[in-house]
Write a protein that binds this ligand. Structure first.
Ligand SMILES: [Fe+2]
Length: 463
């Protein structure tokens, strides 16, 4: 994070005596990046953070990509993914490359250990579910539609609340910066002199929720910290609770940001995706498509022009909206539009949306500057018909792949995809219905509802 903050007890100066109630010294740890010239925090532990009593390798996290030589638009329906594992082991990588891994997780069980990703910053988008992520910097309470940015090296444990009747099961999207870079706000929104958010930024410091108490767990016993490094998860054993920090200060810490606190930038004419940008790391960006008024020129075409994003692959994760606006798309869908093919609105959409005043859409986009590849898990959820969905007269319901231009490069039949597809319709309806029910029950006014409350015609502008 760019700005300085602190929590808990601190000595008056760095690197001086700071004593526990029993007279012994607290253990100071400088938690630094980029060889100690990047963002850094200084933490004070009850126990020396160097003390471990055991370690071993657990499992590989190396992602196997498939169809690396196939370039086509893809549509992966993640709604049918069954719950599995916990908030770490349940992650299913769907797309990725040497810069970023994009996964979806529907955790089935609680984390019984703490975790440290020593390879990547992690940017979660909580689609459904609420709870607390306990970190070495303090606790972050989270809920639906929160981004949670956890920087590399942070020890944490997710604890999800039990869903109430009618609420969807917890589900999140995760983007990991596997190239080792840090996920940060776009530099153009920050003061070069103070790192303060500038006036034209779509969010600012007040929108970011930093760690709070409880932070310090002064307990002895056997505690496991699983550390992801070198494409492996290692198990490290501690004789004390790993969240034993009594105070810290600096510019490196996890935080939450709710997507409904993103203030969309709107224009007289259609504005390109960079206006939606929320975060960036080396070779990829993360954007928030939020409910907002649409372009206000009297003759505006409010949906995107056809476009070739020649240096990027675009992945959209669909959170909420009118899914008739993009054929075949459902809650939890991910579309991939690679850099080699132009894409844009479906036939008839520009005419049909003339006069629309606002959009209720909500989506998270990850654009990369290198090609993205699918995993086997993605192929099993792949809607093979999607590349044809721009054809005049194409309908998603009951459509079957004719094999041309759609076949997997490895020659596999589309049986698994069809099976997943038939299952996905049922599952995604459940997700959508429960989401609507949940929203109505909580009475939490989403930005979409408050936008549509002004009246007028709505349209989705999926990029
Ligand atoms: Fe696009």
């Amino acid at each position: 994070m760019p700005y300085y903050t602190k929590l808990g007890k601190l000595p008056s100066k760095r690197h001086i005596q700071f004593r526990r109630p029993d007279g012994k010294l607290y253990a100071e740890e400088v938690f630094g990046t980029e060889g100690f010239v990047g963002p850094t925090s200084t933490l004070y532990h009850i126990n020396p953070p160097t003390q471990v009593i055991g370690w071993k390798q657990l499992y590989s996290t190396k992602v196997e990509y498939v169809e690396r030589d196939t370039m086509r638009m893809r549509h992966v329906k993640s709604a049918p993914l069954p719950p599995k594992g916990d908030a770490v082991t349940g992650r299913v990588v769907l797309f990725g490359n040497n810069d970023v891994e994009i996964s979806v997780c529907v955790p089935a069980e609680p984390m019984k250990y703490h975790f440290k990703n020593a390879m990547a910053d992690e940017c979660f988008f909580i689609h459904f579910g609420s709870g607390t992520v306990f970190t070495m910097f303090g606790a972050l309470k989270f809920g639906p539609r929160d981004y949670i940015v956890i920087p590399k090296g942070t020890i944490y444990q997710f604890v999800f609340d039990e869903p109430k009747d009618g609420e969807p099961e917890p589900r999140f999207l995760l983007m990991e910066s596997v190239n080792g870079s840090h996920i940060l706000p776009p530099p153009r929104y920050l003061s070069k002199k103070t790192a303060q958010f500038l006036e034209h930024a779509p969010y600012c410091e007040r929108d970011l929720r930093t760690p709070e108490m409880p932070m310090t767990f002064d307990k002895k016993g056997k505690y496991e910290v699983r550390i992801k490094s070198r494409d492996l998860v290692h198990s490290y054993e501690y004789s004390y609770h790993p969240l034993d920090v009594v105070g810290w200060d600096g510019c490196y810490y996890p935080y939450c940001f709710n997507i409904d606190d993103f203030s969309p930038i709107v224009g007289k004419h259609h504005l390109p995706p960079p206006i939606h940008q929320t975060f960036e790391a080396h070779n990829f960006v993360i954007c928030s498509f939020c409910p907002r008024p649409l372009d206000f020129h009297p003759q505006a075409i409010v949906v995107p022009y056809n476009h070739s994003n020649l240096d990027s692959d675009e992945v959209l994760y669909y959170v909420q909206g009118n899914y008739k606006a993009r054929r075949g798309i459902e809650v939890g869908s991910l579309s991939l539009h690679p850099q080699g093919i132009p894409h844009g609105p479906h036939p008839g959409t520009p005419e049909a949306t003339i006069g629309a005043t606002h959009t209720n859409e909500l989506a998270v986009m990850c654009d990369t500057f290198a090609p993205l590849y699918p995993t086997t898990a993605a192929l099993e959820l792949d809607d093979l018909n999607y590349p044809r969905s721009w054809e005049h007269g194409w309908e998603p319901e009951g459509a079957e792949s004719n094999g041309h231009a759609n076949g997997h490069a490895n020659g596999k039949s589309s049986k698994s995809a069809k099976t997943a597809k038939s299952g996905s319709k049922k599952s995604s309806r459940v997700v959508e219905t429960k989401a609507a029910s949940n929203s109505a029950k909580t009475g939490k006014a989403t930005a979409g509802r408050s936008t549509s409350a002004r009246g007028g015609k709505a349209a989705n502008t999926w990029d």
